[in-house]
Write a protein that binds this ligand. Structure first.
Ligand code: UD1
Ligand code: PEP
Length: 422
């Protein structure tokens, strides 16, 4: 088994460029299925989930090629509309293919998607929205067969502002006859990025980033060159890494407007953050002030994906803090691992009570999901001694060459092979 061995106690300094956003690149790659010609997508991070998406696209018949951080995709004509089950299971984002393949070919077969174990994560809103557009859905033997003889625009109201459902339905509605209105839509920056890519190719989408998105159906999209936005969750993780190590770092290729809630909370802990164009300077003098309450929420609220990394910082605060996880019911799996390192955290249903401790100590810990892994890296950077983070495949889903990313700021971490524990 491979683990990430982190030697704690080193202050992070220097600068690093943040890579493109996984959560924008994945739906955008799926959306390439809608276009005629070759899209050139720039700043597509080289991550496990992206590799799975590229494999699916190429197995369905698209021509896919990576050149550095750019990916060329030509999905003008797919030869299959069946997403292989073993690939569906590898990540949540495989579900993004449902909307665009259905829109383009009038049929698609998927199965339940895999992904991080952070809650039940149903796809009912995706399916209900597609039905409203005229799709017929049959669920049998673990497969979901979706067919439509031409989708029609509809008024759809989402019970929850689901990011994935909003994206899937935008893609499905691009060729629907007439107008589609999605109410209570999610407003995440990745949705705006997807809509910008689609509009650049000829789609007519208004209101992305707002609670009501309006899509006028068009007949054809022409592939385009497009650059993916910076990853706000990687940016936030690196900001927290600077804070927890009393560091002084510059992050390039960032968008501070996507991180308003996080910047606000970090400043409350005493961290200094200066923004200059797309660069962010983050400096901490060591004293971490506790916070009354962080409550995760849909954008522009505090992102659930940074809940666990922020908790890692608060384990070192000079007092008690409280976090409520309101988006995913099972997103506290990092807590037991942080406790192995000396953290004092109690969980009552969806609320965690964190009592800051003067010191964390290195331990063997397990990344139970992607951001739980990020939290353990941050704790390891701050801890006394060596921390071994196991189950690195989760971390490789979201942080490109993680040891180099943090290593370029002076972190001491390396992948090591070790005997599996019995
Ligand atoms: C690839 C990607 O972009 N992943 C992000 C996306 O995930 P994802 O798109 O899966 O998250 P959603 O916004 O859909 O989920 C939000 C909430 O809605 C619920 N729900 C969702 C769909 C549905 O059909 N029914 C339903 O009940 C979920 O269980 C969850 O409680 O947004 C999450 C919330 O910001 C982030 O943590 C993920 O990093
Ligand atoms: C939960 C996440 O991703 P996914 O939705 O792909 O599982 C994440 O990026 O933190």
């Amino acid at each position: 088994m491979e683990c990430l061995a982190i030697e704690g106690g080193h202050r992070l300094t220097g600068s690093v460029r943040v890579h493109g956003a996984k959560n924008a690149a994945l739906p955008i790659l799926a959306a390439s299925v809608l276009a005629h010609g070759e899209s050139i997508l720039e700043d597509v991070p080289d991550l496990q989930d992206i590799r799975v998406m590229l494999t699916i696209l190429s197995q369905l018949g698209a021509n896919v090629e990576r050149e550095g951080s750019a990916v060329r995709v030509d999905a003008t004509q797919l030869r299959s509309t069946v997403v292989p089950e073993h690939l569906m299971r590898q990540m949540r984002s495989s579900i993004f293919l449902m909307g665009p393949i259905l829109a383009r070919y009038g049929q698609v077969r998927v199965s339940a998607p895999g992904g991080c174990s952070i809650g039940s994560r149903p796809i009912d809103l995706h399916l209900k929205g597609l039905q409203a557009l005229g799709a017929v859905i049959e669920e049998k033997h673990g497969f979901i067969d979706c067919t439509a003889k031409g989708l029609r625009g509809a008024n759809i109201y989402l019970d929850l502002p689901s990011v994935g459902a909003t994206e899937n339905l935008i893609m499905a509605a691009v060729f629907a006859e007439g107008t589609t209105v999605i109410g209570n839509a999610a407003r995440e920056p990745e949705i705006v990025d997807l809509a910008n890519y689609l509009n650049a190719m000829g789609a007519k989408i208004r209101g992305a980033g707002e609670a009501t998105v309006v899509i006028e159906g068009v007949e054809r999209l022409e592939a385009k060159r497009y650059r993916i936005i910076p990853d706000r969750i990687v940016t936030g993780t690196l900001m927290l890494a600077a804070a927890v190590t009393q560091g002084d770092v510059t992050l390039n290729n960032t968008n501070a407007t996507h991180l308003g809630a996080v910047i606000n909370k970090l400043r409350e802990t005493g961290v200094r953050i200066d923004i200059e164009g797309d660069a962010m300077h983050v400096k901490s003098d060591g004293q971490i002030r506790p916070l009354d309450h962080i409550r995760t929420d849909y954008y522009p609220g505090f992102p659930t994906d940074l809940q666990s990394p922020f908790m890692a910082l608060l384990t070192r605060a000079s007092g008690s803090s409280m976090i409520t996880e309101s988006v995913f019911e099972g997103r506290y799996k990092h807590v037991s691992e942080l406790r192995r390192m000396g953290a004092k955290v109690k969980v009552d249903l969806r609320t965690a009570f964190i009592e800051g401790v003067p010191e964390l100590t290195g331990a063997v810990v397990e990344a139970t999901d992607l951001r739980a892994g990020a939290a353990l890296i941050l704790a390891g950077l701050a801890a006394k001694g060596t921390t071994c983070v196991e189950h690195l495949h989760h971390i490789d889903r979201g942080y490109e060459r993680v040891e180099e990313l943090f290593g370029s700021l002076g972190a001491k971490m390396q992948r090591v092979k070790k005997e599996s524990r019995t």
